[in-house]
Design a protein around this ligand. Structure first.
Ligand code: SAH
Length: 342
């Protein structure tokens, strides 16, 4: 049995053809799934019974179960704990903004990058998610909120560039007019900085936003937070970012999670500014989410504002990420861990 969500329209049309069905049935099935949010072959009214039987013999529609849905009473953020067929759990977060609904999807069950401040990586990686398993999070979330999702960030659990093929296939799939038609510019991929894969991504010449989890102004500090820093230097990452920009003309987004006394000093902001000068970018400062698996503490708001002040002084566009869903553990793999621990 195959997950039909792993197929793009051309592949499904080909399947129809090979199974003595008209190719246009492929489009009809896609309409039910992607345009109408119907996840059972039996409910697809214009599909003949015999075709449905064939479909059911070969495919399942791999929508995960929403085992828990938490709704923030502060800002309407929803956190969904999904369970796939094999019992694996991942989480996705849906955020309401003025410009539309945004979802943060997971790309792997767990993660093997080992960032010291992150809950998703506790326990390592279990497996990759397929393109269909990633798009299923968006489909199910749309049904959950009864509204369209217009923006996607690949910032849930997992390292997207450690699951390169499936993630690229997902981006093309979700971008296609016959599925969810989400514009590439409405998709952000966040990575801890796997340099060769950033270059490979640049070669695709997609119009998505590349976000880099930088979190430090130099390798010395970065190594204390992120094991990947032992493999690729900050300079190599920045060079890869320039390459990405040259290929795509897309401004890079740098994420910098501020941790008290580790990376939040004025001198750190000065050093960061000098490194980023000359790169078309935007910096997103994130007050770190305190999790119980480590001792990283959030910087004070004054410290965060001062840090921002330095970057702004050097004309680096900087925003402080709004904390959303803080009452529902909406950040960074906390929900899955909690559930597993229970
Ligand atoms: N693996 C990818 C994407 C998933 S993590 C990456 O590293 O970018 C998404 C973002 O959340 C990353 O910037 C990551 O560094 C950040 N993050 C992880 N744990 C966090 C925490 N406890 N507080 C704040 N941000 C965190």
């Amino acid at each position: 049995m195959k997950n039909i969500l792993d197929f793009n329209l051309d592949e499904l049309k080909k399947w129809m053809d090979e199974n003595s069905e008209s190719k246009f049935r492929g489009k009809q099935v896609f309409d039910w799934i992607y345009k109408k949010g119907i996840f059972a072959f039996d409910d697809m009214k214009n599909i003949p019974k015999s075709t449905k039987e064939k479909l059911k013999d070969s495919f399942y529609i791999g929508i995960p179960k929403a085992v828990e849905v938490y709704k923030s009473s502060i800002d309407d953020t929803r956190k969904i704990l999904f369970e796939y067929n094999d019992g694996n759990l991942i989480e996705a977060v849906v955020m309401k903004y003025k410009y539309g609904n945004s979802i943060c999807v997971s790309t792997q069950v767990g993660c093997r990058m080992g960032c010291k401040f992150c809950a998703s990586t506790v326990g390592g990686v279990v497996r990759n998610l397929s393109s269909g398993e990633i798009i299923a999070q968006v489909l199910k979330a749309q049904n959950e909120i009864n509204d369209r999702i217009s923006n996607i960030v690949l910032m849930g659990s997992g390292e997207p560039l450690d699951n390169f093929e499936n993630v690229i296939k997902f981006i093309y799939l979700v971008n296609a007019p016959d599925t969810l038609n989400i514009g590439q510019r409405h998709i952000t991929l966040s990575t801890c900085g796997i340099v060769p894969k950033i270059e490979e991504l640049a070669e695709e010449e997609l119009q998505i936003t590349l976000a880099i989890s930088l979190h430090a102004p130099n390798d010395k500090i970065r190594k204390t937070m992120m094991p990947i820093a032992n493999k690729y230097s900050l300079q190599e990452i920045l060079d890869a970012c320039k390459y990405y920009f040259n290929k795509t003309s897309r401004r890079i987004s740098f994420e910098y999670a501020l941790v008290k006394d580790i990376n939040d000093k004025i001198e750190n902001a000065e050093e960061l500014s000098s490194k980023l000068t000359g790169i078309k970018c935007h910096v997103n400062l994130i007050p770190i989410n305190e999790i119980k698996e480590n001792n990283f503490k959030k910087s004070r708001i004054e410290t965060i504002n001062n840090f921002k002040g330095v970057l702004t002084k050097y004309n680096i566009e900087t925003t402080i990420r709004r904390e959303m869903g803080s009452d529902i553990n909406a950040a960074c793999g906390q929900l899955r861990r909690q559930y597993i621990n229970k």
